[in-house]
Design a protein around this ligand. Structure first.
Ligand code: FEO
Length: 162
């Protein structure tokens, strides 16, 4: 089985997970600057999750003796219009991650790389949770519809994410 190309693509995904962490960190900064510490907390926790996603890929590649490479990370966007803008951008980002994972999964299937398929199955389930989580937040923000008291109550709930 020649899975060299697939492993290169997993290395790309490793870097993309790090880029995701960077994007969520920038979003958290925006929230902090705008005095929304609860939303910032949620996004910092999201950043930590992305680092876990990255580490899982890195560990797998290293187990296979692959020479893992770090790439340059693009500067993340730092200006947003609103909390809704942030979380809608986050959802779009997660949809992109999902499509990338699906492509990797299909590539693993095509070459009968069962071990990688198994690894990617975990990411596929994880993506369902990630998209659902951001969808829920957007729905809640839409219901709040700009009400300051509603935004503060939600901010306090978001501060509780472990
Ligand atoms: Fe690692 Fe949020 O996808």
């Amino acid at each position: 089985m020649d899975n060299k190309n697939l492993l290169n693509n997993l290395n790309e995904q490793y870097n993309f997970e790090l880029e995701s962490a960077y994007i969520y960190r920038a979003m958290a900064h925006w929230c902090e600057i705008n005095s929304w510490s609860g939303y910032a907390n949620f996004l910092y926790k999201q950043e930590a999750e992305e680092l876990e996603h990255a580490d899982k890929l890195k560990a797998y590649l290293l187990d296979l003796g692959y020479n893992v490479k770090l790439k340059a990370i693009a500067e993340p966007k730092s200006e947003y219009d609103s909390l809704e803008d942030i979380f809608k951008s986050a959802l779009e980002h997660e949809k992109l991650v999902t499509s990338r994972i699906r492509m990797l999964f299909e590539e693993a299937r095509d070459i009968n790389d069962y071990a990688t398929e198994d690894l990617l199955r975990w990411y596929i389930s994880e993506q369902v949770e990630e998209e659902a989580s951001f969808n829920d937040i957007i729905e809640r923000l839409e219901r709040i519809n700009g009400s300051m008291s509603g935004l503060y109550i939600f901010n306090n709930e978001m501060a509780a994410r472990q």
